[in-house]
Ligand binder design. Structure first.
Ligand code: GAR
Length: 216
């Protein structure tokens, strides 16, 4: 069974969606560890509730970012982790971790990449005035949200949307596509070729496309 390590910085609602799918046995995987860079992250409470070990690693205790990621890498490797999930982990991953897990680190981003990378993807979409936004699950490379795309899902942006209302609409789809991407990985169905990800025997469900009726 695939061994997963999750990195998070905050609320952890994506972490919860993944826990739920793993517990329902829809993802053939085990979550070995949650690592947080913030001792107040609510994700810790979720880990406790579900009997998942957690670890707080304080970035300020390290001289360099590389040393911080070496520590994360070593903790993940010592637990036999095979896939690393960034579930609202608000940092740019550096070399030591990337090199140890090539095309084996997944991130969720709240916009349709390559539009609106970096922080506050939802606010960027509202401010820009796009009509459609969404979310993206991708493998992580050294750039900011630039790695090969696994799944995307789209939602409409309404004229009266705020950052909050759009975030809420996008989040519902994040909770669907992130576990889905992990499931595909766990089933051995993802193959990376250059910047493209091939999905074996797969048809994208309709939910992943913008639905003008979707107002909540
Ligand atoms: C999610 O919306 C996720 O897409 C975003 O942070 C939120 C975390 O929520 N991630 C990024 O913006 C990464 N650049 P959660 O802690 O409830 O999963």
């Amino acid at each position: 069974m695939l061994k997963i390590g999750v990195l998070a910085s905050g609320r952890g609602s994506n972490f919860q969606a993944i826990i739920d799918e793993v517990e329902a046995r829809r993802i053939p995987a085990k979550i070995e560890i949650l690592i947080v860079d913030n001792p107040k992250a609510y994700a810790i409470e979720r880990a406790k509730k579900h009997g998942i070990p957690h670890l707080y690693i304080n970035p300020k205790e390290f001289q360099t970012k590389e040393a911080f990621y070496e520590k994360i890498r070593d903790e993940l490797i010592s637990r036999g982790v095979q896939l690393v999930i960034l579930a609202g982990f608000m940092r740019i991953v550096k070399r030591p971790l990337l090199d140890a897990f090539p095309n084996r680190i997944m991130n969720i981003h709240p916009a349709l990449l390559p539009s609106f990378p970096g922080l506050h993807g939802q606010k960027q979409a509202v401010d820009y005035g796009v009509r459609i936004s969404g979310c993206t699950v991708h493998f992580v490379d050294e750039g900011v949200d630039t790695g090969p795309i696994i799944i995307q899902a789209a939602v409409p942006v309404h004229p009266d949307d705020t950052e909050e209302s759009l975030s809420e609409r996008i989040l519902k789809l994040e909770h669907k596509i992130f576990p889905e991407a992990i499931r595909l990985f766990a089933e051995g169905r993802l193959e990376v070729e250059g910047r493209k990800v091939k999905i074996k025997d797969y048809k994208l469900p309709e939910i992943y496309f913008a639905n003008p009726e979707m107002r909540e």
